[in-house]
Design a protein around this ligand. Sequence first.
Ligand code: NAD
Ligand code: DAU
Length: 337
Amino acid sequence: MKILVTGGAGFIGSNFIRYVLREHDDIEVVNFDALTYAGNLENLAGLEDDPRYRFVRGDLALESDLERGFGEGPFDAVVNFAAESHVDRSLHMGADRFILTNILGTQLLLDAARRSGVGRYVQVSTDEVYGDLGSEGVFTEETPLAPNNPYAATKAAADLLVHAAWHSHGIAAVITRCSNNFGPYQFPEKLIPLMIANALEERPLPVYGDGRNVRDWIYVEDHCAAVDLVMRRGRPGEVYNIGAMNEMPNIEVVQRILKYLGKPESLITFVKDRPGHDRRYAMDASKIRRELGWRPRFSFEDALAATVEWYRTHDDWLRHVRSGEYRTYYEEMYGGR
Ligand code: NAD
Ligand code: DAU
């Protein structure tokens, strides 16, 4: 099987590439990534010489780049992780790049996949497309789309385009919607890695609002296993929610991190809330459990402890990301190739 993975230099994409290369001998992966600020080839260090892996630098929102990417095919499947993924950036730095990559990029990728006759297309989406959940209930695949921030709005638009490509053109497209991921190689602008990084340096831990917003956490490897299953056996035209039933208020997540690291709670600093901050997300993943037999393998407690330990012992990776040094890695590794 040969697959095109977009956004494979980011957090989840790089974990996915490592996962499929480890789990399947008979797979070849082309990683197509623009290397934005969130794309870091150090996340894939060690794979450069694996004959089953190849990197192509390219922008999803440019047809000529996509042509180069698909020139590496033919592919049995395309898995689209590439996105502008950070809610706060979409709120504070403008949504134009989100529209280009997440909406236009998805459409151009669908078109290219159709032209080249790809057998399967997986769109990696998010629970944020469902908007805010009250204090009761869970999101199912039938919950109406009601995104509340620019990032989520662009992801919802992309989901509709994927549905339309399946409905109108018969592309064998499947959508996954997952809850909040954590684990190794996550850019330290997101809650868990940011809090670990700040706690390690004994800098203030900025908690938005009252810290009682609830997210539903999943270890990244469980998400990767689910996407792999959907890529192989998901039914075209369907949506699959992915979540591990780990709802927790942000403040509790932060307190646990401090406890693992033996740092004082006095580092917690409550700061001005995110505008329009969704209060609660929670996923019903019974469909993927029932249809594809997926189950999360990692408990939240063990996975969070392992993640804290990973950041503690990967100070070089963290230092390179925080200083911007990771950007030179591409030239070092690929400059002469
Ligand atoms: P990330 O920001 O860590 O990585 C995104 C990757 O996409 C980067 O490598 C970046 O260089 C690449 N990219 C961005 N724009 C591109 C473009 N125009 N062309 C090619 N590559 C481009 O994101 P992540 O957290 O790994 O999320 C991956 C996907 O999973 C996203 O689609 C996101 O919406 C979705 N998702 C994320 C989470 C989460 O908790 N992080 C949860 C559910 C779904
Ligand atoms: O729910 C899935 C989504 O999870 C993905 O689609 C997004 O790509 C991903 O970025 C993530 O979005 P969130 O906004 O939920 O993640 P973030 O880590 O930015 O924030 C998690 C919670 O923590 C949220 O309630 C805001 C809060 N927060 C975040 C940061 C960065 C803080 O309190 N302080 C912070 O400094």
